[in-house]
Design a protein. Structure first.
Length: 113
């Protein structure tokens, strides 16, 4: 499975961004897709994930602000990020879990005025 992420960038506090992650290859094996992030000097943490059936999980700090969704036809997962805060600044990584654990290249999200 190959993962291609896009959508990062610089945004002001309170702004929005949408991240996309397209999966290719043996996508039939994917059970979960999600987003992790890693801020400077911190460990990588789960932000949100979605199962093939649609069940979602969010880290508490993004609940009510971020929404993860999945297009099973396009094999793409999205992360809509609203009301962004400076503490959301991090490199965001797309992840797919199935027969193995797959990672995309990170995309940088910077929230700053």
């Amino acid at each position: 499975v190959q993962l291609q992420a896009s959508g990062g960038g610089l945004v002001q506090p309170g702004g929005s961004l949408r991240l996309s992650c397209a999966a290719s290859g043996s996508v039939f094996s994917i059970i979960l897709m999600g987003w992790y992030r890693q801020a400077p000097g911190k460990q990588r943490e789960l932000v949100a994930r979605i199962a093939s059936g649609g069940t979602t999980t969010y880290v508490d700090s993004v609940k009510g602000r971020f929404t993860i969704s999945r297009d099973n036809v396009k094999n793409t997962v999205y992360l809509q990020m609203n009301s962004l805060k400076p503490e959301d600044t991090a490199v965001y990584f797309c992840n797919a879990f199935g027969q193995n654990d797959y990672w995309g290249k990170g995309t940088l999200v910077t929230v700053s005025s």
